[in-house]
Design a protein. Structure first.
Length: 117
């Protein structure tokens, strides 16, 4: 997902395969190790598409892929899911804010002020 999030456009499975090998992402293909098979990359992309994380352009061959949402949107959704699962949302928010740095707390204050809350 990091490679798709950092890409300014769409990527084919083969381009993703090459990027994974070049970056050694997730311990996959560093010097002396094998590159992921294209079928493995396609399988993961298919699963990510079914889960709504990836969108596929079917008009071109090979198909091209992009992240369905930005990294920031994805992280915000995860935060909302955690809060939604909490029995005591206030306690979770208190602990979150209690661990925020001064700069993060300032940013939160500014964002809340600009949202009118």
């Amino acid at each position: 997902m990091d490679i798709l999030w950092e890409s300014s456009g769409t990527l084919s499975a083969y381009e993703l395969q090459d990027s994974l090998a070049a970056t050694g992402a997730a311990g996959v293909a560093t010097s002396g190790s094998r590159k992921l098979a294209a079928t493995t990359v396609l399988t993961v992309l298919s699963r990510l598409e079914k889960k709504g994380f990836v969108e596929r352009e079917r008009a071109s061959r090979p198909h091209r892929y992009r992240a369905a949402a930005s990294r920031e949107d994805h992280m915000a959704e995860l935060m909302h899911q955690v809060l939604g699962d909490a029995l005591d949302r206030t306690a979770v928010l208190e602990r979150f804010i209690g661990r925020a740095t001064e700069g993060e707390a300032d940013t939160l204050r500014k964002l809340l002020d600009s949202a009118g809350r």
